[in-house]
Unconditional design. Structure first.
Lengths: 203, 159
C-alpha cells in the first residue's frame, strides 16, 4: 500500500522536475505532495549532509533530515521566498533540530583509529599528530552549534559572512564574532600563538 | 585606511585566505600587506590555523557524510517523508504549532507588542489599585464608614 502510494507520487513528481523552488513550495503549501516530493529529491541530500555536519552524529542525520523536511511540509504555506531561499530556510530548520538533538544526546566516544595514518611519520611525531588531530576533531565537535555552523558555511560551503548570516538569521557582525570565537577555540586546541595587537603601530 | 588593529581583527576572524574577507576590505588589505611586515607576519601565523581548520572540516565532512550522498540514502529519506506527510493532518500538525495568519506588520513587531501589552496590563492593575485605595480613603475621611465597609451593613458600633 505504501509502495503503491509512493509510486503514484513518483510518477507525478517527475513532472515537476524543472519547476523552480518557489513554485513547488507554493504548491506544497496548498497540499500538493507530488510537488513536495520533487523538492525532497532536489534538496534531500543537502538536508542529510547539513544534518550530519551540524549534529556531528551520522546516525542521527537521517532522522533530523526527515524531521526537517516534514517541518518544511507543514510550514510550506508560511514560507516566504522573499525572505530567504528554500535552502537557507531548510538549513535553519536543520540547525534548530540539531540544537535540540545536541541538548538531548550524550557525548560520543571518539572511534579508535578513524583517521588515515601516514607511514612516513616517525613514532613520536605520529603520536603527536594523532593527538593533535583527535583533539582538533573533538574541539570541532565541541564547538557551540552556531559557531560550527558559521565555520561550515564559510569554510566548507564558501559563503561570505553576509550570506552565512542570511542562512543563520544573523547579522554579518554576529557571523564574524562566531568565526572569531570558533577560530580562537581551535587555536587554543592547537596551542598556536594568538594573533594579538601589542601597542599598535601602523607600519 | 585600514589600521593594523582592524587588519588583525579581520585576520583572526577570516584567516589568511583573503577571498573570505569582506570585499570592501580587500583593496586596503592588499595595500597594507605591501607596506607592513607586521601585517604579513600576522597573515602567515593565521595560515597555519587555516590549514588545520580546512583539514579538520574536510575530515569531519568525509567521516560524517559517508554514504549520505548515495541514491539509497535519498530514496530512504523520500519514502520516510512521503509516509509522514500522507498521515492525516492532525498527526502531522503535532510537529508544528498551528499557524494563525498574522499580517506581516504584526508579525514583525510581535515582541514589541507583547511588551506593550504587559506594560499596559501592569499600568491598569496599578491604576485600579490606586482607584480602590482612593475611594476607600475618601470614604473613611468623610466618616462614611458604612459605605466603605458596605460588605457588612448589619454591624453597628457599640460604645
Amino acid at each position: 500500500m505504501l509502495e503503491l502510494a509512493y509510486c503514484e507520487t513518483e510518477r507525478t513528481s517527475i513532472g515537476y522536475a524543472g519547476s523552480p523552488d518557489d513554485e513547488l513550495m507554493g504548491r506544497a503549501g496548498r497540499g500538493d505532495r507530488a510537488a513536495f516530493d520533487a523538492l525532497v529529491v532536489r534538496h534531500g541530500s543537502f538536508a542529510l549532509r547539513a544534518a550530519a555536519r551540524l549534529s556531528g552524529d551520522r546516525a542521527a542525520a537521517q532522522d533530523i533530515a526527515q524531521d526537517a523536511l516534514v517541518r518544511a511540509w507543514t510550514g510550506a504555506s508560511g514560507y516566504d521566498p522573499r525572505r530567504a531561499s528554500l535552502r537557507t530556510w531548510l538549513y535553519r530548520i536543520v540547525m534548530n533540530l540539531c540544537i535540540d538533538h545536541r541538548r538531548q544526546s550524550r557525548p560520543q566516544q571518539l572511534p579508535a583509529h578513524f583517521d588515515l595514518l601516514d607511514p612516513a611519520i616517525s613514532g613520536h611525531a605520529l603520536l603527536e599528530d594523532l593527538e593533535r588531530r583527535a583533539s582538533l576533531g573533538h574541539a570541532m565537535r565541541d564547538l557551540p552549534l552556531r559557531q560550527r555552523a558559521a565555520l561550515d558555511l564559510v569554510y566548507e560551503q564558501g559563503l561570505s559572512a553576509a550570506e552565512a548570516g542570511r542562512s543563520l538569521g544573523a547579522s554579518t557582525k554576529a557571523i564574524e564574532r562566531l568565526l572569531a570565537r570558533a577560530r580562537q577555540s581551535l587555536r587554543l586546541c592547537l596551542r598556536l600563538e594568538p594573533v594579538t595587537g601589542g601597542p599598535d603601530a601602523d607600519t | 585606511m585600514l589600521t593594523l588593529r582592524r587588519f588583525r581583527a579581520l585576520a583572526s576572524t577570516y584567516g589568511a585566505n583573503l577571498r573570505r574577507w569582506p570585499a570592501a576590505a580587500r583593496v586596503d588589505t592588499e595595500a597594507l600587506l605591501q607596506q607592513s611586515a607586521r601585517a604579513r607576519a600576522t597573515l602567515a601565523a593565521e595560515e597555519r590555523l587555516d590549514a588545520a581548520i580546512d583539514l579538520a572540516v574536510r575530515r569531519e565532512a568525509i567521516r560524517l557524510e559517508r554514504g549520505l550522498d548515495s541514491a539509497a540514502a535519498l530514496e530512504q529519506l523520500r519514502l520516510a517523508v512521503a509516509a509522514q506527510i500522507r498521515r492525516p493532518p492532525r498527526q502531522v500538525a503535532r510537529l508544528e504549532p498551528a499557524r494563525v495568519p498574522v499580517p506581516g506588520w504584526f508579525r514583525a513587531h510581535l515582541p514589541e507588542l507583547r511588551r506593550l501589552g504587559l506594560a499596559t496590563a501592569a499600568c491598569a492593575a496599578v491604576a485600579a489599585g490606586l482607584l480602590v485605595g482612593a475611594r476607600y480613603d475618601a470614604a473613611a475621611r468623610s466618616g462614611d464608614l458604612l459605605a466603605a465597609l458596605s460588605f457588612n451593613p448589619m454591624q453597628t458600633q457599640v460604645d
